[in-house]
Every structure is written in structure tokens, then in C-alpha cells.
Design a protein around this ligand. Structure first.
Ligand SMILES: [Zn+2]
Length: 144
């Protein structure tokens, strides 16, 4: 199996799995994200304690890329500090904009590397970055 099919499998798996789709009781931050160009809508919920993202979940509708990207992001940021999460967001957006190409630097993205090829599909970029911008806004709101 080549790398591209492994990557599409990660996206399909996250799109089909709803393990991050739920509500968090007593969430500290709830933030909505919309991508009107595709019709993607997500609502991200975070539980932040002592600067650590203790829990994260989302609800929403949209294309496979937007939903998978959100789920992959949640798996990645859970248990991380706010600063670590911000660094991960910057790295992800840098990868999509092709500003960060160094593989060592991109390693922290783990499964989110599956979305790298989206940068070749300009129409889908907004689907892929929706969750990450929404998370960025959430963290800024929590800790301005
Ligand atoms: Zn979309």
C-alpha cells in the first residue's frame, strides 16, 4: 500500500468514526466555525484546566475532509498545553500553505500529515483548515 492510500484511509476512518463527536459537560469554550464555500459547519467544545486541554469534542456537518480534519485535530491536541496546541496549529497551517516543508518539523502533526496533499487542491483547503482556525479562535478566547 502506498503512502497516499494510507493517508486517504486515515481520512476515511476519521470521517466514519464518531468517537470525537459528542458534547462536553461544562465545556470552558464553545466556538463555531463555518466554511460557506462548501457548507461545512462545526462546533468545537473544549475543557481547559490549568492551561491543559483536558478534553475536546465537536458536533457538526460537512464534507469528509472537514469532519476528518476536525477529528484528527482533536485526537492530536487532547492532553496538550495551550502553547503546544498553538504550535501544532501553526505547523499545520504552515504545512497547508507549504511554508513548512521540513519533515522533522512536521512530525508533530502525526495523523494530520494525512491532510498534506490538500494543499494541491485549493478548493478543499478551506475545508481542511476550518477546525484549526476554530481551535485558534477558541484558545485566544480562553486566554486572550
Ligand atoms: Zn468541505
Amino acid at each position: 500500500m502506498d503512502l497516499n492510500s494510507i493517508y486517504s484511509e486515515i481520512i476515511m476512518e476519521h470521517n466514519a468514526s464518531h468517537h470525537n463527536k459528542r458534547h462536553i459537560e461544562g465545556a470552558d469554550v464553545v466556538e463555531q466555525g463555518h466554511n460557506p464555500s462548501c457548507g461545512d459547519e462545526i462546533e468545537l467544545e473544549l475543557k481547559i484546566n490549568d492551561n491543559i486541554i483536558e478534553d475536546a469534542a465537536f458536533t457538526g456537518v460537512g464534507c469528509a475532509i472537514s469532519q476528518a480534519s476536525t477529528s484528527i485535530m482533536i485526537d492530536l491536541i487532547k492532553g496538550k498545553t495551550v502553547d503546544e496546541a498553538k504550535h501544532i496549529i501553526e505547523t499545520f497551517l504552515g504545512m497547508i500553505k507549504r511554508k513548512i516543508t521540513d519533515e522533522k518539523q512536521l512530525e508533530i502533526l502525526e495523523d494530520a500529515l494525512a491532510l498534506k496533499n490538500i494543499s494541491n487542491m485549493p478548493a478543499r483547503v478551506k475545508c481542511a483548515v476550518l477546525a484549526w482556525h476554530t481551535l485558534d479562535q477558541s484558545l485566544n478566547k480562553h486566554n486572550p
